[in-house]
Design a protein. Structure first.
Length: 468
């Protein structure tokens, strides 16, 4: 019989004679809000009229969910586990049959030490800062990858990808930039309305606000949704350009703003009180280099009671990414794309076959030119960028990553491929009304396009009168 070892309190549980459900995070689906394991139980009964997992189309079930979540469902003779499209909360497993399956939500260092350590995976971890594919440092434990689910019963054990980061084969028509602005604005307004409904009414919304585009989009749509209880923060050395712009944006919205100065003495204190050691053990999980950048800031926000216990962090981690998609006509075959990616990632003295370790990327990429985008999504984004969410977990705060809701990712991938390269369509949309004027008038820390005449020419080429 399968085992499930859920340690974190953030997982909600519902148990009955028929089914056991574990839910981490929040989901919107079919116009319903699923915020507890019991909500998911009632959703299954009302939507599918069955609790028998073998009778449910699991791909369809997951593709109609939006939000940040991980879920484990155990019914009579079967088990189902899934992570969202950015792996916001990891799930690990051991075993390859229903009888031997062991599901866990974390791999602390002590547990890894009890297993056989893979030398190949150790080498790759030193090469990249994370381990690719479904592997971990422990030979016998594996991870569900972003956009993936596991299903097992007495006769079946399968792991399937229900989402991949590929542009649509039938992209939407865009007649001009205003068509895009209206459609994207309508979507993001809808997403933030749902976001607010998914969390308690007295939540305090906390935005790590830089001088860049994504976190400003977060503030823009909180402001447009009329959300008042918002705290923004930034950190670093006093007077840095990012913090100056961050304050201007927060002031324009009328939101609280805090700056956390980073000093050697403060970091030394985190070493002395073992905070860093404990956080490393919590966030490593035998897969990812722990993200330290926000640790001191969140520690200080908590220690000084700057934010409440009901804080919900909204980082700007984004499926609307500027990385991965590129115009590269030199690659013709999938094999060539994988070899080229491997040569960019690994040093020559990497002792294992780098190409073999990247074959899982070729299986989710429809086209050789999408290999980089899928690697960025499933590896760098989920295991480095999104894994930074562990810092909020570590201090017992909630979070959401609205730009990794599946509604947003699918919208972005429905845009014709050439407009995803460099995401210049997003920057032009911001200028054309996506961002409120009071925010757009504030400069960005790293302006993406500096020459206005070059911008006009680029947009002229970017948005023809009719696309496809």
């Amino acid at each position: 019989m399968d085992k499930t070892s859920i340690s974190a309190e953030k997982w909600d549980r519902y148990h009955s004679k028929e089914i056991n459900i574990y839910l981490c995070g929040r989901i919107s689906s079919h116009g319903k809000y699923i915020t507890t394991a019991k909500d998911l139980y009632e959703f299954l009964k009302s939507q599918y009229n069955t609790l028998n997992l073998s009778e449910i189309d699991l791909d369809s079930f997951l593709n109609k969910m939006s939000g940040n979540f991980s879920v484990i469902i155990k019914s009579s003779g079967s088990v189902f586990a899934a992570v969202d499209i950015c792996r916001s909360q990891p799930i690990f497993y051991n075993g390859s049959t229903f009888e031997t399956l062991d599901l866990v939500d974390s791999l602390p260092t002590e547990k890894i030490r009890q297993q056989v350590i893979s030398k190949e995976n150790v080498l790759e971890f030193y090469e990249l800062g994370f381990i690719t594919g479904n592997k971990t440092l422990a030979d016998d434990y594996y991870q569900l990858q972003a956009g993936e689910y596991l299903y097992a019963d007495d006769s079946t054990f399968l792991i399937e990808t229900y989402f991949s980061y590929n542009p649509s084969k039938t992209p939407v028509l865009i007649s001009d930039i205003q068509v895009f602005v209206k459609a994207f604005d309508r979507l993001l307004t809808h997403v933030f309305e749902h976001l607010v409904e998914l969390f308690p009414e007295d939540s305090e919304w906390v935005v790590p606000l830089s001088g860049g585009h994504d976190s400003r989009l977060i503030v823009n749509y909180l402001y447009k949704a009329g959300v008042k209880n918002v705290t923004c923060y930034t950190y670093g050395e006093p007077g840095n350009r990012q913090s100056e712009i961050s304050k201007m944006v927060a002031d324009a919205a009328g939101y609280r703003w805090h700056f956390i100065e980073y000093t050697e003495e403060k970091w030394h204190q985190l070493h002395q009180n073992s905070t860093i050691d404990k956080y490393f053990d919590y966030s490593f999980n035998g897969v990812s280099t722990p993200h330290l950048q926000d640790l001191l800031a969140v520690y200080e926000l908590k220690q000084n009671n700057i934010i409440s216990d009901k804080a919900v962090f909204l980082p700007g981690h984004s499926s609307i990414t500027e990385y991965g998609f590129k115009n590269d006509n030199s690659v013709v075959t999938m094999e060539e794309a994988i070899v080229q990616l491997a040569s960019e990632l690994y040093t020559k003295d990497f002792s294992v076959s780098a190409e073999n370790r990247l074959q899982h990327i070729s299986r989710v990429s429809r086209d050789p030119k999408f290999v980089n985008a899928n690697f960025n999504w499933r590896e760098k984004q989920s295991k480095i960028v999104v894994n930074s969410l562990r810092v909020y977990d570590f201090f017992d705060y909630d979070y959401a990553v609205p730009f990794w809701f599946s509604d947003v990712a699918k919208f972005w991938l429905d845009i014709p491929y050439k407009h995803l390269v460099g995401r210049t369509i997003l920057y032009e949309a911001e200028k054309s009304g996506l961002i409120e004027p009071l925010f757009y008038s504030i400069p960005y820390a790293n302006p993406d396009i500096k020459n206005s005449s070059a911008l006009k020419e680029l947009v002229k080429n970017l948005i023809p009168k009719k696309i496809y």
